[in-house]
Design a protein around this ligand. Structure first.
Ligand code: SAH
Ligand code: SF4
Length: 362
């Protein structure tokens, strides 16, 4: 296995690599591994549905390869073009996945942790605290389930922008990247890891063989404001973050993007745009602006459309490359920063406010 399953959790069907599945098959003929692998990763089937396998073996595998995700709820928005799932994991932890169809592609936004320990106050996931890391299999299965749903409109892009901080769960996230690339066949160019700015993780990513895209959630380009909005900035301030980003760009040749949630009168003033442009330009970074989506625990509203447009203009006037991200899924709370396992009628067996130590980078 490329990474360990946290203690006490069952190993689920997408946690096994090929060698581990081979061991599970024991004395079965060698071609069974190909049939099982094709069933799981090409046909996106559960063991019971892999009819190339004999019935007795299927029955055994149903018990030995349990699903990692059970659908708790499924909501659709944007006229069916956005689908959000709330999944219950094997220990009762809850996570969300969002599938977004566009004319030319379908993107799935996956979670890497249940909750998040990074404490960004404007983010619904941050507001719920940290529950636990997801396993490699639990991350991969989100893509598989979304691809089953997408059918002919195949999933072409995966973004690690759901619940959690992927670089705080490095090994398992990277295991998932490799599996999504190698077994599900998505190109590394179409995989994006979004981070709040964990410098050691960015440096480690730069050394990997597969060059994935890096998105950094910046939100402020001066340390005082960023310390407030994004607490990890106190540990890895902006200058160190820029160095790590530069290293990543040089090593991988991939484009960097910065995410910036626009918060009314907080980080949407002309001087914020000028500072941001000065920070992004030397790195050649692309800028994605996201008007702040409302969350229960943050009082300040998002910037008005007028302020968003002015901010984008100011950035462009200073030479930056900018996109304003169309907000998807707001009516089903599936938009950026709104993911939160908060169904009050669903008992949460795992404590949702276990504290941060367990969530810091491996
Ligand atoms: N932890 C990682 C990835 C998940 S968050 C990270 O922070 O990058 C995905 C994106 O949603 C991040 O860019 C995050 O800053 C943004 N976000 C969080 N809360 C938001 C909100 N209320 N409105 C808009 N974007 C938000
Ligand atoms: Fe965690 Fe990202 Fe939300 Fe910050 S924005 S609390 S890092 S999920």
């Amino acid at each position: 296995m490329s990474s360990a399953t946290p203690a006490g959790l069952p190993v689920t069907r997408y946690d096994h690599d090929r060698a581990a599945l081979g061991r599970l098959l024991g004395d079965e003929p060698d071609y069974r591994i190909d049939q099982l692998w094709q069933g799981l990763y090409e046909d996106l089937a559960g063991p019971a549905e892999i009819t190339t396998l004999p019935a007795v073996l299927r029955d055994r595998l149903v018990g030995e390869l349990p699903a990692g995700l059970t659908e708790e709820t499924r909501s659709t928005g944007d006229d069916g073009e956005t689908v959000k799932w709330l999944w219950r994991l094997t220990d009762g932890a809850l996570v969300e996945t969002v599938l977004m169809h566009y004319a030319e592609r379908s993107t799935v936004c996956v979670s890497s942790q249940s909750g998040c320990a990074m404490g960004c106050g404007f983010c619904a996931t941050g507001q719920m605290g940290f529950d636990r890391h997801l396993t490699t299999g639990e991350i991969v299965e989100q893509v598989v389930r979304a691809q089953r749903e997408a059918g002919e409109r195949r999933v072409s892009n995966v973004v690690f922008m759901g619940m959690g901080e992927p670089l705080a769960n490095y090994e398992r996230t990277w295991g998932a990247v490799e599996r999504i690339h190698g077994a599900l066949g998505l190109s590394a160019r179409h995989l994006t890891i979004s981070t709040v700015g964990l410098v050691p993780g960015i440096r480690r990513l730069a050394e990997e063989q597969l060059p994935v895209n890096l998105a950094v959630s910046l939100h402020a380009a001066d340390d005082d404001l960023r310390d407030e909005l994004v607490p990890v900035n106190r540990r890895w301030p902006l200058a160190e973050l820029a160095d790590a980003c530069r290293h990543h760009i040089r090593s991988t040749g991939r484009r960097l993007s910065f995410e910036w949630a626009l918060i009314h009168d907080t980080n949407d003033r002309p001087e914020d745009a000028r500072r941001f442009a000065a920070y992004a330009r030397p790195l050649g970074a692309h800028i994605n602006l996201i008007p702040l989506n409302p969350t229960p625990g943050w009082p300040t509203r998002g910037s008005s459309p007028r302020r968003v447009a002015d901010f984008a203009d100011e950035l462009r006037a200073h030479g930056a490359n900018v996109t304003v991200r169309h907000t998807r899924g707001t009516e089903i709370d599936a938009a950026c920063g709104q993911l939160r396992a908060d169904r009050m009628d669903v008992p949460v067996e795992a404590p949702v406010r276990r504290q941060a130590a367990a969530a810091l980078p491996d």
